[in-house]
Design a protein around this ligand. Structure first.
Ligand code: NAP
Length: 294
């Protein structure tokens, strides 16, 4: 029977640890860490993500604020708000929920964030530091996967890790982190994408497969080797006849692979809750550097 890497449980442990840290901070009569989320427009999924981040902040005792702009807001106004947050001594970290409306230059907006407050870890300065194995904010999803591997003590050293998907927020940073000289890390990494021919030839030789492509049930049992560790990042809404009208599906055909793998993350309850917990972790890191180093 495969080991289920229970992201929901580990994320609760991490949140408890953060809450204890916040209680100690408050006992010293310091202000609570403060995370700000900027949302532009009314995209349903983005709204749900931002609301869950605000809820997580409450759970651990952080202060949180939501700045909600209409989709018609100008790029200049958004940049002005970012500048204000960059300068605010009351704000430790902030995120700009992506995607932004088409009239915005996403690169320019990300570049405007002070890297010291970039708790999403998307700023090129932080991405570069990550690549150079310097201390920095790691993007939340790869950070969550690393933490899950670490807490379950999954051996990654000398293993062949195949990553499917090369997005800036998951696949590409994950490939760098699995290849770093550390634990978890020290893997030999293959980064695959939609131009990789015969992807199964790579996945079949993998000790660890990390899927982040957004294609429900893409990874089947005949694509992996016996005893592989499988990390499923994918979350896709699939319409069904349930009351909700949909369910969430991962990139892995869980039922097909479950008897062949040695360890696997479920969807939901695997990488998703870990991602949420790691944003809190980055925020408390930002807090410590902004307040304690004053
Ligand atoms: P993305 O930006 O949509 O990128 C998808 C990547 O998958 C691209 O690199 C693409 O290749 C590659 N790809 C697509 N079809 C492929 C195929 N048939 N074979 C091999 N590679 C293929 O993805 P993302 O933002 O990383 O998200 C991926 C999935 O993870 C989505 O379901 C998303 O909802 C989910 N997600 C989950 C979390 C979480 O916390 N659990 C966080 C973030 C994302 P090209 O580069 O060649 O186009």
């Amino acid at each position: 029977m495969a080991l289920i890497l229970n992201g929901l449980k580990v994320s609760k442990d991490i949140k408890n640890e953060i809450r204890e840290e916040v209680e100690k901070i408050l006992a010293r009569k310091r202000r609570a860490p403060h995370l700000v989320a900027i949302l532009v427009g009314n995209n349903g999924a983005s709204l749900a993500y931002v609301n869950s981040k605000i809820k997580d902040c409450k759970e651990v005792g952080f202060r949180s604020s939501l700045i909600h702009f209409p989709s018609t807001v100008s790029e200049a106004e958004l940049l002005e708000k970012i500048d204000e947050l960059n300068k605010s001594k009351e704000v430790d970290g902030f995120i700009v929920q992506l995607p932004l409306p088409k009239q915005m230059d996403q690169e320019k907006v990300i570049m405007a964030i002070d890297p010291r407050k970039d708790v999403d870890g998307f700023h090129p300065e932080n991405f570069g530091k990550m690549a150079l194995e310097m201390d920095t904010f790691l993007p939340a999803t790869p950070f969550g996967i690393l933490t899950l591997l670490e807490r379950y003590n999954i051996d990654t050293q000398g293993k062949h890790c195949v990553i499917i998907g090369r997005s800036r927020i998951v696949g590409r940073p994950m490939s760098i982190l699995m290849g770093r000289k550390d634990f978890p890390g020290n893997s030999t990494v293959t980064l695959t994408h939609s131009y990789t021919p015969h992807i199964e030839e790579y996945t079949r030789s993998a000790d660890i497969v990390i899927t982040a492509l957004g294609d429900p049930h893409f990874l089947k049992a005949d694509m992996i080797k016996e005893g592989a560790v499988v990390i499923d990042v994918g979350i896709t809404r699939v319409d069904d006849d349930s009351e909700k009208g949909y369910h969430l599906a991962g990139d892995v055909d869980f039922d097909d692979v479950k008897d062949k793998v040695s360890a696997i993350t479920p969807v939901p309850g695997g990488v998703g809750p870990m991602t949420r917990a790691m944003l809190l972790k980055n925020t408390i890191l930002a807090y410590k550097t902004s307040v304690y180093n004053d």
